[in-house]
Design a binder for this molecule. Structure first.
Ligand SMILES: [Zn+2]
Ligand SMILES: [Zn+2]
Length: 187
């Protein structure tokens, strides 16, 4: 591991959804000056090769995202993992707050749960973004991980495509995307 990989900001630019939708806090406008702490933070990296099978099996745990209205987190459990360990099925549900408008939502009300396919595979080439190294995903089923916090994302992740997707993709939850300052890098 001799040399650092080149940051590839020029090729980061595709988002899976419009910026304003999942950024209710509002995006701070870049001022043009570099963030002074960007290189002093320790290298942070999603556990290399973490698989679906590394999550608890048949045991409810919290996803990173949840109901947009009341803020209740999705709960998720892994119900099946295939022989590879990377792919399988999960079940998820959400317990809305008493006064949440989504409480009686037809698709996912408090009494319901939904099954979906989950899983992902990594590329073998890490990339450096804002001084942090990440191993991009080569493929992902409907549900995959946030590559920063390592939790599962039930809704739509924010995606940075590496080399227009040829180098895989970096998926993040909206909280980490914000925390890492990635909005600025998309300008
Ligand atoms: Zn809710
Ligand atoms: Zn995250």
């Amino acid at each position: 591991m001799a040399e650092d990989l080149e940051p590839r900001f020029h090729s980061l630019g595709s988002l899976s959804e419009p910026i304003n939708e999942s950024n209710p806090a509002g995006r701070s406008e870049p001022t043009g000056k570099r963030n002074p702490v960007r290189n002093s933070e320790p290298v942070l990296r999603f556990p290399p090769g973490k698989q679906l099978k590394d999550f608890p099996f048949w045991e409810w745990f919290e996803a990173v995202d949840g109901c947009d209205f009341c803020g209740a987190k999705y709960q998720v459990r892994v119900t099946y993992v295939d022989d590879s360990g990377y792919f399988g099925d999960v079940e998820y549900r959400v317990s809305h707050a008493e006064d949440c408008a989504e409480r009686f939502d037809e698709e996912l009300n408090t009494a319901e749960s939904i099954f979906d396919m989950a899983g992902w595979e990594f590329t073998d080439k890490p990339v450096t973004v804002l001084g942090k190294q990440f191993l991009p995903l080569k493929t992902r089923a409907n549900i995959g991980p946030c590559l920063n916090c390592g939790k599962l994302v039930i809704g739509v992740p924010l995606i940075l495509f590496i080399d227009e997707g040829r180098g895989g993709e970096l998926d993040f939850c909206s909280l980490c995307f914000e925390k890492l300052g990635l909005w600025k890098e998309l300008k």
